[in-house]
Design a protein around this ligand. Structure first.
Ligand code: SF4
Ligand code: SF4
Length: 316
């Protein structure tokens, strides 16, 4: 097996509470798997279907996918997004994201007859296949396996299931580097799930969508937003975090998830500076006093007018 060209992929990444590997439920084997369950699967250049699954797919990229891919390809976020992606909506939400552009034949731009040319940094979606994960606890942390289970997707064209290689789910995930993806994608996935659970009852403002898109796709722009706007004057961020996110892209990405949770969903994590809140409350108080004063004056004028009118009428 040529590890550097080992392909693995899926058709779609998200659905309610799970990372989904296929939209057709009949392809999902109806058995709950755990980390210790054993599966038989192997994908390698010798399978007759080699790279067959790198076409006619929708691969939504997570912020971590974009970050690692653009670094691997030595590109700015802008250049990467422009060359290789198209804006889309993250499945079943109004949240904007990006998916990989396919070529005229509907093939992934990174596939060659020899396999995946970006294999070491391939997207999360390509790593999960053919094992999906259902996670019913939004805040599940490592080790909380009771909150999640796995399932296998078996598609007709995929001959990897006919191979003899046996793995536990744990071994498979380790081999595919899935745990790191889960760890990096977790808070972002939680934002998407949170949005899904709100459904259409709550609208996300256009401004909110723009911020979500920027933070989810382009850490360069998000860094400028933090360091070249009034952001740091407005929000209460400790110096250690400021120093860290200035240099470290992963820390910045994780910080952007915290910011999105706070600004879009009201999570009390990144908060506006106390003095600004007080000043704002003071401003509101002043405006209220002004309005009350004006109302009082208007009332007095009306009383005066009424009294004058009364007097005139009495004279007549
Ligand atoms: S990124 Fe690689 S593994 Fe994923 S679809 Fe494209 S060629 Fe296949
Ligand atoms: S074995 Fe499955 S995952 Fe591997 S190339 Fe064939 S269809 Fe794709």
């Amino acid at each position: 097996m040529n590890k550097s060209t080992f392909p693995a992929k899926e058709k779609s990444l998200f659905s309610k509470g799970m990372q989904k590997t296929d939209k057709n439920p009949s392809n999902i084997i109806p058995a709950k798997l755990t980390m210790d369950s054993i599966i038989k699967f192997r994908c390698h250049p010798g399978v007759s279907c080699f790279t067959a699954c790198c076409g006619n797919i929708k691969i939504i990229l997570t912020p971590f996918d974009i970050l690692r891919l653009r670094k691997y390809l030595n590109m700015s976020a802008d250049e990467f997004l422009l060359r290789f992606t198209t804006p889309t909506h993250i499945e079943k939400t109004d949240m904007p994201g990006v998916m990989i552009n396919l070529d005229e034949e509907g093939r992934c731009p990174f596939v060659t007859p020899e396999g995946c040319t970006i294999y070491p940094e391939r997207p999360s979606a390509c790593r999960y296949y053919p094992i999906g994960m259902a996670n019913f606890h939004e805040g599940a942390k490592d080790g909380q396996d009771a909150e999640r289970f796995f399932f296998k997707v078996k598609e007709e064209h995929c001959k990897g299931h006919e191979e003899d290689k046996e793995w536990t789910i744990r071994e498979w995930r380790e081999d595919q580097g899935v745990d790191l993806c889960d760890d990096m994608n977790r808070e972002w996935m939680e934002l998407v799930m949170r949005r899904k659970s709100f459904g259409h009852q709550a609208t996300l403002s256009e401004e909110g969508k723009k911020i979500f898109f920027m933070a989810s796709t382009d850490t360069d722009k998000f860094r400028s937003f933090v360091f070249e706007s009034s952001f740091l004057e407005k929000y209460d961020i400790d110096q250690e975090t400021i120093d860290l996110i200035k240099e470290d892209d992963i820390a910045l990405m994780k910080f952007s998830f915290r910011y999105l949770a706070s600004t879009l969903f009201g999570v009390q994590d990144i908060t506006i500076k106390e003095e600004l809140v007080k000043a704002r409350v003071g401003e509101i108080g002043e405006r209220k006093k002004e309005a009350e004063k004006k109302a009082e004056e208007t009332y007095k004028e009306l009383v005066k007018e009424r009294d004058e009118l009364k007097k005139r009428l009495e004279k007549e």
